[in-house]
Design a protein around this ligand. Structure first.
Ligand code: ATP
Ligand code: MG
Length: 337
């Protein structure tokens, strides 16, 4: 029965995604705190069923944007809509359909995890089982611990559970994995993937570029309150193509001999950190084959290789540095559409 209901929900999500339904839209959004401009003419849309990442340096305006969408803050100008509703004026209709994980706080310090989950479940018509949710996020062992005594990562897990308990259609996760141990992080990634499978729309913020790359269908990079880039992680990294091969293997390779074997001049290969090498030349099929043969002949295993595109982290660093310098917008999509 539960599997069938999940299938139907997934189908509903897919259908609305196919229909191009927009779950979240932000247009010309502005918000200042006194003389600090936190969000400055921001535009983006999130399709139904999409996992969308808001990336940006500290103070870029991510939390402010998310809190406006959650109905906690009023914008100074522009519009924010979630499921077609104004988060402040139509908050009463919207709240039962969204789940919120705040960046900090928001949990009642005196309650214990199960009590808190029961309280949150009572706000929704069709909530999940609080008891099962406790296991899902791995908090069974802290059942008797008041919220104020939970560790940082445990509080994050509980906060995530509270965001999901009501089976929301749209979920806001502000730095969901900050402070989590690797197990909790992996569980959170699994939960986000299962939300996507059920057609739930997820807006998350993160500083972990591997997280954005793994989970997000699209990301917006914002800097000083403005949109600096918008697109899928694949598009953003592909558009920043470079003539470079990065590979990881044993430390201490003789890079001059390797350069010679690849027909390159001395100095074109460097060991940038222990066991990580950068070849400053295009990763043509022939060159990659030569590199593999060189390592094979010495019985050396290659642990990882990337060619032709940079990591999202390096793209992020470049885009935010450029937009600091020029205030310009870059990206793979028109940013105003
Ligand atoms: N309540 C507030 N009062 C005054 N200024 C604020 C307030 N909240 C945020 N700001 C300022 O607004 C700007 C954007 O803050 P915001 O919290 O939205 O950034 P963020 O992108 O979420 O950063 P982080 O990655 O550190 O969480 C910052 O300059 C911050 O100092
Ligand atoms: Mg924040």
């Amino acid at each position: 029965m539960a599997r069938r209901a999940g299938g139907l929900r997934r189908l509903a999500g897919l259908l609305s995604a196919l229909a191009g339904a927009c779950a979240i839209s932000v247009a010309g959004l502005r918000k200042s705190y006194g003389s600090t401009v936190a969000v400055d003419a921001l535009d983006f849309e999130v399709g139904a069923g999409e996992v969308f990442g808001l990336l940006g340096p500290n103070g870029a305006g991510k939390t402010t944007t998310v809190e406006i969408l959650e109905g906690y803050r009023r914008p100074d100008a522009g519009s924010a809509r979630v499921l077609g509703l104004d988060p402040v004026r139509e908050g009463k209709r919207l709240r039962p359909q969204i789940g919120v994980m705040l960046q900090a706080g928001g949990l009642y310090p005196g309650l214990r995890p199960l009590e808190l989950l029961r309280l949150f479940a009572s706000y929704y018509d069709d909530a999940d089982s609080p008891d099962a949710m406790l296991d899902t996020v791995g908090l069974r062992d802290t059942i008797a611990t008041p919220v104020r005594r939970l560790s940082g990562g445990q509080a994050q897990r509980l906060s995530l559970a509270c965001a999901l308990i009501g089976r929301p259609r749209v979920v806001f996760l502000d730095e969901p994995t900050a402070g989590m141990d690797p197990h909790a992080r992996a569980t959170t990634w699994e939960l986000v993937r299962s939300l996507r499978d059920r057609g739930v729309t997820v807006l998350l913020t993160t500083h972990a570029m591997d997280e954005a790359e793994t989970l997000c269908d699209r990301v917006a990079i914002i800097n000083a309150g403005r949109l600096a880039a918008l697109g899928s992680p694949q598009d953003l990294t592909r558009s920043a193509a470079v003539d470079e091969i990065v590979f990881v293997t044993d430390p201490g390779l003789d890079v001059d001999i390797l350069a010679k074997a690849l027909g390159l001049e001395e100095g074109m290969i460097t060991e940038t950190k222990s066991g990580e090498y950068v070849v400053r030349a295009a990763g043509t099929p022939a060159r990659i084959a030569d590199l593999a043969c060189f390592l094979r002949d010495r019985d050396i295993t290659m642990a990882a290789m990337q060619s032709g595109r940079r990591s999202l982290e390096s793209v992020f660093l470049q885009i935010t540095a450029e937009s600091n310098a020029t205030g310009a917008t870059s990206g793979t999509e028109p940013v105003s559409g």
